[in-house]
Design a protein around this ligand. Structure first.
Ligand code: NAD
Ligand code: ZN
Length: 253
């Protein structure tokens, strides 16, 4: 059965990496963006040139950010994140890491739930909603610890603009982050793709690169994705159920 086969693949691999998407946090009550019940499915896709708008008028962008009434969809997403707790899927990844099996988690999620679950090795490819970041030197601060008395906020170190850490449409992924992703993908010989539709690039290219390098793919997702066909094993169900089951088997091996 699929779980047994997944456990065998994982335990026979030398460098296991998890690639995570919004589905892992769905059971924590945070809506995905796409698909049934997804935030964008209900309210429409956001502007595709967010970063350009930020650069053109950062004061306006920050005023909008700091006004809780400005964007109801954003407020709904923030409130869901603020009241969310890590679920069994997040904890299963931490258990796998502590077994020495999972070497890195690359997440597309911005909700900070991996950190709260206690993960040690994490790349947040789309940033972290609880932080702000300097677009010049990549320094990060906790969102609430930064001073917004004078807009736009500037980096005390290099003087560049400070924005939310979350990567916007049209914004390049910060260099240290994308470098870490490619480094980990090159090392990886088994990628567990958890709750992602695998349609957002560059993250969607990592599993394909693992395959091209001769590695294996395990997909955990209740719905088919463009990756399903090339997966060596598909765990067709919620990550909050399947990932703990997978780790239970790994602990017994
Ligand atoms: P997506 O919204 O495109 O796809 C979500 C995937 O999760 C789907 O394939 C769906 O079948 C799957 N899914 C739904 N319920 C699941 C469950 N219980 N267990 C496992 N899988 C489940 O998400 P994406 O591919 O991650 O891309 C959307 C982008 O939006 C991401 O890059 C991310 O930055 C951002 N996002 C983040 C959060 C968050 O931080 N929690 C939430 C929504 C969107
Ligand atoms: Zn700086």
């Amino acid at each position: 059965m699929a779980l047994e086969k997944a456990a065998e693949l994982v335990s026979g691999s030398g460098y296991v990496v998890a690639l995570v998407g919004a589905g892992l946090s769905a059971e924590s009550g945070i809506p995905t963006f796409r698909g049934t019940g997804g935030l964008w499915t209900r309210v429409g896709e956001p502007s595709m040139n967010g970063y350009e708008q930020f650069l053109r008028d950062p004061i306006r962008w920050w005023e909008h950010q700091l006004d809780p009434g400005a964007d109801p969809a954003r407020t709904e997403f923030r409130e869901a994140i603020d009241s969310a707790e890590p679920n069994a899927g997040h904890y299963a990844l931490v258990r796998m890491e502590r077994l020495g099996i999972l070497k890195m988690t690359i997440t597309q999620n911005v909700d900070n739930l991996h950190v709260r679950a206690g993960v040690a090795n994490l790349v947040e490819i789309h940033g972290n909603r609880t932080k702000v970041r300097c677009i010049g030197c990549e320094m990060r601060w906790l969102r609430e610890s930064f001073d917004y008395a004078k807009l736009p906020p500037l980096c005390p170190d290099c003087g560049s603009l400070v924005k939310g850490d979350t990567v916007m449409f049209g914004e390049p992924i910060p260099p240290s982050v994308i470098d870490a992703c490619f480094r980990e993908t090159a090392l990886c010989d088994c990628m567990i793709v958890c709750g992602t539709s695998a349609t957002v690039f560059p993250a969607a290219s990592f599993p394909r690169m693992v395959k091209e390098n001769g590695g294996t793919l395990i997909e955990a997702n209740p719905n088919p994705t463009p990756l399903s066909e090339s997966a060596d094993v598909v765990l067709r169900g919620p990550t909050g159920e399947y990932l703990p089951e997978l780790v239970n088997r790994l602990e017994r091996l």
